[in-house]
Design a protein around this ligand. Sequence first.
Ligand SMILES: [Cu+2]
Length: 149
Amino acid sequence: MIPMLLSIVSNYSMLNHILLRTIMTKIINAGILVAMVIAIIAFGGCKDSSTNSTGYQNNPTPPSKTPPPNTITISGFAFSPSSITIVKGTIITFKNNDSVIHTATSNDGSWNTGDIGSGGSKTVTFSNAGVFGYYCARHTSMKGTITVQ
Ligand SMILES: [Cu+2]
């Protein structure tokens, strides 16, 4: 009777042990799953950040908010930049941010945007090399230089 009881207790203990191990395994597996989810959120969720695991940049530079160098902005009765160097074939956009009409007129008369209204823009293609001084035909104190290489 006693050995049988011991056997039952032993079996119960063993069963309990297996049950405990199963529960522990499940808890550990759940823990691994949680860790993986955290890892995915932490690392996978920010793939757009500046560097990846190899150290190379994914997105080298954010989009620039300043105008590209082939745009000349007219603002406050001034051309900006007032002096610019470009290569042959560049299309320059003159953008008028003032509330009055302006022009960009070449000193030698070789090109002229004509009137550019407030908020408007005109383009000029520079096909020939040279240094072109220009001014605003409506406000002759407004001056600029375009160097075409
Ligand atoms: Cu003007």
